[in-house]
Structures are given as structure tokens and as C-alpha cells.
Write a protein that binds this ligand. Structure first.
Ligand SMILES: [Zn+2]
Length: 351
């Protein structure tokens, strides 16, 4: 005979008690680092995302590693037990990650002089219900255990995506034009490859915020303030900001491709025309940056050791289709060439 109350409390203590999780959270270097970044006011939503993945992983490990299967009646996780174990823990993840990403949003708003408040996303109760219902439908705990792995991480990551969506939509309704940048992580999948891009409200497809299981692609937010400035140099201040955000995103990879604003300003007017873009329009300049990043990040191939006029060190060429972005040895933007694959110097390198 099972005493279900006793069973529940023993399961709970063993698996996901506050103390157990607290110790795990305290031990995590990632969480420590992310909290520090937020305190220093230089966290962004790429940090929120990594924070969420870590929080999700810790809970998932607690669920899968610590639940005493031998104490489960009939080796099953019945609905009531599933609900009492899973729901409060997912709600706690929602609180931790929801608060973290709301606070990040507050930092981002302040940095862009946006006086709007940062909003915490709503709890997605449907997803919690879905997990609880599904897992209790399995004949054995083992069969349904997968639901306590990736879906827990995915649920936790989605809290960040929801925060970004909630705040971007709120800002758009308040007259701003925020942007959403989606980047692929590794070689995710065809669907994610197609979703990559920079989107500006109101032209932001809902799918930008979707992520399938095991997807680690990033969804990030860029503020859009409607300040209009006439002088060319002043117009670049907005781009400066977005570049800084890019750089922050890349803290994990020091040698990741960067755009240096001076070089960019010098090259852009001429080359934007090649891409039928108008250098005097901010939207076109952002599109142009997105094109450059797209060529670099989604390149078909890379050619190294290209000797280039005016450059002492050889350059790296990122080739996508017919277009080429050249970068120096520090992986900084040098120039972009529409149809650059046909350029003799690029074509003949390595032959
Ligand atoms: Zn993905």
C-alpha cells in the first residue's frame, strides 16, 4: 500500500526541493556570470537565453536524475503526482527567467533612452498543462521521461522569447520600431536557416519567436527609436549602438566577425548602391548590415590568404552565392563585393 502523501513528500524532497535546486544554482558558473553581467548593466537577451538554457538544464537534470522511480506507484507518474512535482518547478523557472529577462529588458530600454517600462511575459500555462498531461499518459515513467529532458529546457528558453516578443510588441504599439534579430546557432536546420534575419516592426513574422526542440538559435531585440538626424555622421550613432550589441553577443567567440564603423561608413555609400539600397535611409543601412552578416554567417565557403590592394596582411573572403565579404586577420569587415566571386584576385587565390 502506498501512502501517497508520504510518497509525494519524499519524491519532492529527493528531486526538486528548493534547497537542492538552490545548491545547484549556486554552483553554476554560467548563472553566476549572467547575474554579474546584469548587475553591471551589460547583459542583453543573448545572456537571457544562455541563462534560461542553464536554468532549464538544472531543472531537467533534477527531474531525470533525482526522481525516485522505485517510489512511483506502478512505475507510472500519475497525473496528480506529475502536476504536484512538475508544475511548481516550471512556475519557478518562469519566475527566475521571467524576472531576469525583464530586468535585462529594463537595462536595454534605459540604454536606448526608452522611457517605457519593461514587462514580464505571461506564464504559458498551456505548455505546463501539456507536459503534465502528456507524461501522465505514458504507461511507465521511463517511457515518458523524455518530456523532462529537452522540453523542460525548451519551455525555459521560450520564457525569454516571450519576454522579447511582449516588450517589442508593447514598444511598437507605443510608437517605436523595434527590431528582432534571429541568428542560427551551429547548423540548426533548414527551417531555422530560413528564419534567420533582421526584422523590423510591424514586419515581424510570428514564427521568428518559435523554436523547435533542441533549437539553440538566438532571438535578440534591437531598440528602435524614431529619432531622425540629418547629418550623415550622426545617423551612424544608431548603427554604432547595434554594433556594440553585436559585439556583446559575441563574447563567447573573440574572433567572431565584427564591423568597424569607420571602415563601414567609408565603404557603405558606394557598395549600398550595388545592392540597390539608399545610404541615406536608416532602414536600408540596417538591411545592408544584415546582408553583410548573412554572407559571413551563412557562407557557402571561405577563401583565405587573398592579397588585396591597400592591405598589408592577406584577407579572408566569405562567399555566399556570387557575393563576397572581405575581412582582415582580426576578422573585421574590410569590404563587400556584389558578384565578387568573379573578381580575379578572389577567383585566382588558391589556384
Ligand atoms: Zn534553430
Amino acid at each position: 500500500m502506498h501512502n501517497s502523501f508520504l510518497l509525494y513528500s519524499r519524491l519532492y524532497r529527493g528531486s526538486c526541493s528548493r534547497t537542492y535546486l538552490k545548491i545547484k544554482l549556486k554552483k553554476s558558473k554560467i548563472i553566476k556570470e549572467k547575474i554579474q553581467k546584469l548587475k553591471n548593466k551589460n547583459a542583453n537577451h543573448i545572456d537571457s537565453n544562455e541563462f534560461a538554457i542553464e536554468i532549464g538544464k538544472i531543472l531537467s537534470e533534477a527531474f531525470t536524475g533525482e526522481i525516485r522511480v522505485d517510489l512511483l506507484p506502478d512505475n507510472r507518474i500519475y497525473y496528480n503526482i506529475a502536476k504536484r512535482i512538475i508544475e511548481p518547478n516550471l512556475k519557478r523557472n518562469y519566475d527566475i527567467v521571467g524576472d531576469y529577462s525583464r530586468n535585462v529588458q529594463e537595462v536595454l530600454n534605459k540604454k536606448s533612452n526608452i522611457s517605457l517600462k519593461a514587462i514580464k511575459a505571461d506564464l504559458n500555462q498551456d505548455r505546463i498543462d501539456g507536459i503534465v498531461n502528456k507524461i501522465s499518459g505514458y504507461n511507465t515513467f521511463e517511457d515518458g521521461k523524455w518530456l523532462l529532458e529537452e522540453p523542460i529546457i525548451n519551455f525555459t528558453q521560450a520564457i525569454v522569447d516571450d519576454t522579447i516578443k511582449t516588450n517589442a510588441e508593447f514598444q511598437y504599439k507605443s510608437g517605436l520600431r523595434p527590431k528582432i534579430i534571429r541568428k542560427e546557432a551551429g547548423n540548426c536546420c533548414k527551417w531555422c536557416k530560413d528564419a534567420v534575419g533582421v526584422y523590423e516592426y510591424p514586419d515581424v513574422p510570428k514564427d521568428v519567436y518559435r523554436r523547435h526542440q533542441r533549437c539553440r538559435c538566438t532571438v535578440d531585440y534591437l531598440p528602435g527609436n524614431n529619432k531622425k538626424q540629418d547629418v550623415w555622421t550622426k545617423k551612424w550613432t544608431d548603427i554604432d549602438k547595434s554594433d556594440k550589441i553585436e559585439e556583446r553577443n559575441d563574447f563567447s567567440n573573440k574572433h567572431k566577425f565584427k564591423i568597424n564603423n569607420k571602415q563601414f561608413g567609408k565603404k557603405s555609400r558606394k557598395h549600398m548602391r550595388d545592392f540597390k539600397l539608399d545610404a541615406s535611409l536608416e532602414a536600408d543601412r540596417k538591411k545592408f548590415i544584415a546582408i553583410i552578416y548573412d554572407i559571413v554567417e551563412n557562407n557557402d565557403r571561405i577563401i583565405r590568404n587573398i592579397n588585396w590592394r591597400g592591405q598589408t596582411d592577406p584577407l579572408i573572403a566569405y562567399v555566399k552565392g556570387d557575393d563576397v565579404v572581405l575581412a582582415n586577420k582580426n576578422n573585421e569587415f574590410v569590404t563587400i563585393l556584389r558578384g565578387g566571386v568573379n573578381n580575379a584576385r578572389i577567383k585566382n587565390t588558391g589556384k
